[in-house]
Each structure stands twice: as structure tokens, then as C-alpha cells.
Design a binder for this molecule. Structure first.
Ligand SMILES: Nc1ncnc2c1ncn2[C@@H]1O[C@H](COP(=O)(O)OP(=O)(O)OP(=O)(O)O)[C@@H](O)[C@H]1O
Ligand SMILES: [Mg+2]
Length: 277
């Protein structure tokens, strides 16, 4: 399954979700590839690499439509990475002037998809050919949304425009993948259900687009920043249930993975010894 984490807005938690879901699924024993399709290579350095980086990265994956020599191993067992190597943002232009540019990630992944249980693609919070290419490769889209209402509206406007624009590609056999919105960085002062309801209301005006809101909400906790600075998946950092209604990172990732259909019942698997290694 190929999952693309996208949002037309920056700073909402795309890299956090990609890195941590990827790390969680890898710790469950699944073979996972994370792809950094952002010019700012935050995901590329999220985890320490195991050995030297691969000779190639995202540019080769797209320009050669092949992942050959573009897969690096991370220090997390079962977790591989395609790093971003396009600091000047050249790929956006290259994709725009290449007739099948937006289909290149999909073609490259066709070849390696059988080797992985999950491929997770992180994108830049903007609109462009590279984002389109990541969306066109996906079976499922996940969009983190931060809880300010302005951001919820922006999310919907931006996302719907993005997906509607790609709708014409149905003549080329492309089916728009469903999108799941995930509230991220929720603090206790906000009512997650209220925000989710408002988004659902706004989305109901666009029945042609398959948008669902996840029930699992990612709380704002220091664990996410701490995990990033320790270069570790967050579920390894915060395993115990926290006091009060806020979910621990382990519970959050397990619920999110289950809700997205990525793992049957991760809670049980963890209890049965799929313990973080
Ligand atoms: N649930 C959370 N709780 C606390 N901090 C969080 C949470 N999620 C993300 N953050 C922090 O918010 C910041 C932005 O997150 P992140 O880099 O994942 O966003 P992004 O959407 O990938 O941003 P960009 O658009 O720049 O790529 C980071 O410092 C991250 O550690
Ligand atoms: Mg990012």
C-alpha cells in the first residue's frame, strides 16, 4: 500500500506523521519505505542511516523512473529511505516540462512495491508537479490538520482544489485516492469533535471527493519534538499511558495505523512481543 502524506499548508505535521507511522509499522515487523519528496529534506535526516547513503535519491527515482540505487537503509530495522536531493527545487520544473513527469513516482514504485508492505511519501506543503506525482502514486492520502479553524478551512479549500485539478487525469486511468484528515497538535482547550464536525460539514458540499476525518487525534505533546531530536520513532519514547484523557504516542500510533487500515490490531501485536526493538 502506498500512502502519501500531503497538505497544501506547511508546518502541519506531515513529516512527523510520515516518520512516526513509518517507524511504528517497521517496529511491527512490516517492510516499510519512506520517501522524502520535499525540497527541504527534513524526513531524509529524521533517522540515522545504517551505513553510507545510497548513491541516488529522489531525483534519480523520478528522472529514471526507477528506484535502482536510490534506497538507503535506516538504523530502524525494516525501514528504508529514499532521500531528497533537490535543494534547488529543480524537480518541480523537470516534472512540469516532462510529458509523463507526474506519473514518474508511480512508475518507479510499480517496480519496487512488491518488496514492501508499505511505502509512505512525505511531501512539501504547497501545490506543484512534485506533489501531484506523489498523489498520483498513492492508494491513500493522509492530511494532518492543525486545529485552528482557519487552518481547517484552508485545508478544505486547498485540498479540494488540488484533488479537483487532478480529476481530469481520470481519462488516463487515474482514480482519485480517498483522503483521510487527521487532527494533529490538538491541545486540551480545543474540542476535536467540534472541529472534525465542521470539516465534515464543509466537505459534504463536495460529494465527488472522498474525504473522511480520522477519529484518532494526535495530541500536542513534547514527545513528538523529543522523538525528532532523538531521531527515534515517537512510540518508542512514550509507551505508557499518560495520566488523563491524552493518549500516549504508542497508543496514538497504534490507533491511527489501525484506523487507516495499515495494521489489523497493533495493540495486540505489541502485547504479543512485537515490542519496539
Ligand atoms: N503532535 C505534535 N505535538 C507536538 N509537536 C508537534 C506535533 N506534530 C508536529 N510537531 C512539531 O511541529 C513542527 C512541524 O512539524 P512537521 O515538520 O512534521 O510539519 P510539516 O508539515 O512536515 O512541515 P513542512 O511543511 O515544513 O514540511 C515540528 O517541530 C514538529 O516536531
Ligand atoms: Mg515536512
Amino acid at each position: 500500500m502506498i500512502l502519501t502524506v500531503c497538505a497544501t499548508k506547511g508546518g502541519v505535521g506531515k513529516t512527523t506523521v510520515t516518520a512516526n507511522l513509518g517507524g511504528f509499522l517497521a517496529d511491527l515487523g512490516r517492510k516499510v519505505l519512506i520517501i522524502d519528496a520535499d525540497v527541504q529534506p527534513t524526513l531524509s535526516s529524521y533517522y540515522i542511516l545504517d551505513g553510507p547513503p545510497a548513491e541516488n535519491g529522489l531525483t534519480h527515482l523520478i528522472q529514471a523512473a526507477s528506484a535502482d540505487g536510490a534506497i538507503s537503509r535506516t538504523g530502524i530495522r525494516n525501514l528504508d529511505l529514499v532521500y531528497s536531493d533537490d535543494p534547488e527545487g529543480e524537480l518541480q520544473h523537470w516534472i512540469a516540462r516532462t510529458p509523463d513527469g507526474r506519473f514518474r513516482i508511480r512508475r518507479a514504485l510499480d517496480e519496487i512495491a512488491p518488496r514492501y508492505d508499505f511505502i509512505l511519501i512525505d511531501t512539501q506543503g504547497a501545490v506543484g508537479g512534485l506533489q501531484d506525482a506523489a498523489i498520483l502514486a498513492a492508494d491513500l492520502l493522509v492530511s494532518p490538520i492543525t486545529p485552528e479553524m482557519l487552518s481547517a478551512r484552508e485545508f478544505l479549500r486547498g485540498t479540494i482544489q488540488m484533488l479537483e485539478r487532478l480529476g481530469d487525469l481520470r481519462y488516463l486511468g487515474f482514480e482519485r485516492p480517498p483522503l483521510v484528515g487527521v487532527l494533529n497538535r490538538m491541545d486540551k482547550t480545543r474540542d476535536a469533535r467540534d472541529i472534525a464536525d465542521q470539516i465534515r460539514d464543509l466537505a459534504s458540499g463536495h460529494p465527488e471527493i472522498d474525504i473522511r476525518m480520522a477519529r484518532t487525534v494526535i495530541p500536542a505533546t513534547v514527545a513528538y519534538r523529543k522523538a525528532a531530536s532523538m531521531q527515534a520513532p515517537v512510540h518508542r519514547i512514550e509507551t505508557k499511558r499518560r495520566g488523563g484523557p491524552t493518549l500516549s504516542a504508542l497508543e496514538t500510533m497504534a490507533r491511527l495505523a489501525r484506523e487507516l487500515g495499515l495494521a489489523e490490531s497493533p495493540d495486540t501485536e505489541i502485547a504479543q512481543g512485537g515490542e519496539p526493538k
